[in-house]
Design a protein around this ligand. Structure first.
Ligand code: ADP
Ligand code: MG
Length: 332
């Protein structure tokens, strides 16, 4: 993080005082900032340079833990990101507060999620218990249910870096149940849960609509655009694109439960092949103690055929999600 003195001054952002840099990607710098008028409180401001938006660098969204990889999908227009966010209002989705621009930059002013990325919490805890995983993934599913069914929007970049915590989950102590010597100095989940206070273990906020797309007109229940001249693969593609988010959610759930992603290889070619074939395993010993029910749910999400892959409704009806098979964490 940069010190206060080194934070840049952006033209057109005079209403906001930048406090700290929270994230930087290939496309954007994100700052925590304060409203000098005092009305909006603290916010996150995503600053995007106007002329680098078609750069070939970016996030690889094939792989949830792949921070700096090659870009797989062209970055959508920033104005579309804002236009889509403007229509959204859901407790598990980061809200758009305001939008501004200068000659060189776009400024997307967002509801602040002070707890940071789920990515960091997985690294910190090594892995999440089934109860904590359920708590997290259910909130992701609530966000997707709203996007898919109510707004006809697909996110297309679901991954632990784009899932943010609010408030701050904290208090690092030793992990009482290390799975390996390496895990011994990781954070204890019980302490983690207590650290976010009595209001539960924190809320998840879905962020980063930079790759999102409106695919389905919820009024007419048809694909967007003029259907009459649209090729069948496009019509199908629009329908399948929701299932893209379901696959990604399967990757997130897998990663939460065991601490590493389902698909990984140092070589992008090999990784791409593995994903294309849906080649993953519930690796022993890490998956030995994870319930068959959780594995069943993951496998219904990581299904190569999008027609057979779980929809959001099927996901929500699964016994592991409904909690009808495991005790809940009421004791915590
Ligand atoms: P990019 O398109 O560069 O991936 P994101 O919108 O994902 O941009 O923002 C980059 C990072 O900035 C996120 O991964 C997160 O760490 C941080 N960030 C983004 N929005 C917020 C927010 N509303 N509150 C807190 N941190 C945020
Ligand atoms: Mg992102």
């Amino acid at each position: 993080n940069e010190s206060k003195g080194k934070l840049p001054k952006y033209p057109g952002l005079e209403r906001w005082q930048l406090l700290e840099k929270m994230g930087d990607g290939a496309f954007s710098n994100v700052y925590r900032a304060r409203d000098l008028d005092g009305k909006a409180g603290e916010v996150a401001i995503k600053v995007v340079r106007k002329f680098e938006m078609n750069s070939s660098q970016g996030d690889a969204h094939l792989h949830p833990n792949f921070k700096k990889g090659p870009k797989v999908v062209e970055r959508a227009n920033i104005l579309k990101e804002v236009q889509i966010m403007r229509q959204l209002d859901h407790p598990n989705i980061v809200k758009l507060v305001d939008f501004a621009e200068s000659r060189q930059y776009y400024y997307i002013i967002l509801e602040l999620a002070p707890g940071g990325e789920l990515f960091h919490q997985i690294v910190r805890l090594t892995y999440f218990s089934e109860d904590l995983s359920r708590h997290v993934i259910t909130q992701v599913a609530e966000a997707l249910l709203y996007l898919h069914e109510e707004k006809g929007v697909v996110h297309r970049d679901i991954k632990p870096e784009n899932l943010l915590f609010t408030p701050i989950p904290f208090i690092p102590t030793k992990n009482p149940k290390p799975r390996s010597a390496e895990d011994e100095d990781k954070v204890d989940e019980g302490e983690f849960i207590k650290g976010v206070g009595s209001g539960g273990i924190g809320q998840i906020k879905l962020a980063d609509f930079g790759l999102s797309k409106v695919v389905w007109d919820t009024q007419t229940m048809t694909p967007c655009g003029t259907v009459g001249y649209t090729a069948p693969e496009i019509v199908k593609d629009e329908r399948y694109s929701k299932s893209v988010d379901m696959w990604a959610m399967g990757c997130v759930l897998y990663t939460l439960l065991c601490g590493f992603p389902p698909f990984y290889d140092e070589s992008i070619q090999v990784l791409t092949e593995k994903v294309a074939r849906g080649q993953y395993t519930f690796l022993s010993p890490w998956w030995d103690d994870i319930s068959k029910s959780a594995q069943d749910l993951v496998s219904h999400l990581l299904t190569v055929d999008p027609n057979k892959r779980y929809t959001i409704q099927e996901f929500l009806n699964h016994p592991w999600i409904k909690g009808t098979e495991e005790p809940t964490y009421a004791a915590l």
